[in-house]
Design a protein around this ligand. Structure first.
Ligand code: COA
Length: 158
């Protein structure tokens, strides 16, 4: 597929928010994305874009020596084409570029698609937060990637 993964711009927020609403039962507000893009100094977001259309996005917070994935979503019509993987790899590359080699996230216990994506990129399950999601009391699986560089096949200095 012919798309690019690039850092988010303020102009992308509306398109990102439309996808967010399609993908999550408890979506972030539009204003949350505005704050992430314009104010949060530890946030990094990327989008996948094709011919001016945003197909997906992903974001993380860089906190000391850890990267925390905040969200990742691909428009339902464009799934299983490698876009989610490209977005997550872009976050991992950016974290590594900033000197961070560990990444973590929480994912709904029922979200097998996302868990499969994370495992493919070197994440492992390390625990469960019981009833973490307040809308349906669902458990969160906590996953970590303890070596971004190993997962991406990078050698020191690359
Ligand atoms: C999770 C999500 C981002 C994956 O995006 P995607 O672009 O479809 O993923 P990719 O095409 O890059 O898939 C990469 C790998 O992830 C796994 N995967 C993706 N979707 C899957 C599914 N429905 N079932 C099983 N494995 C899946 C596979 O291992 C896949 O590799 P393969 O296609 O070679 O088998 C997408 O399903 C989505 O937006 N879901 C809704 C939002 C969401 O749940 N976000 C995660 C919150 S924690």
């Amino acid at each position: 597929m012919d798309y690019v993964v690039r850092p988010i711009k303020s102009d992308d927020v509306d398109a990102v928010w439309e996808i967010e609403k399609m993908c999550f039962s408890v979506p972030w507000s539009r204003q949350s994305f505005v704050l992430e893009v314009e104010k949060n100094k530890c946030a990094r977001y990327v989008v996948a874009e094709q011919d001016g259309n945003v197909l997906g996005y992903a974001g993380m917070w860089l906190i000391v020596d850890e990267a925390h994935v905040t969200n990742i979503a691909v428009h339902p019509l464009f799934r299983r084409k490698g876009i989610g993987q490209a977005l997550l790899k872009a976050l991992m590359m950016e974290a590594y570029r900033m000197g961070i080699d560990k990444m973590t996230l929480e994912v709904r216990a029922s979200n097998i698609a996302a868990q499969s994506l994370y495992k493919k990129l070197g994440f492992v399950e390390v625990g469960v937060r019981k009833g973490y999601y307040s809308d349906n009391d669902e458990d969160a699986v906590i996953m970590w990637n303890f070596s971004i560089s190993r997962a991406l096949g990078l050698k020191q200095g690359e």
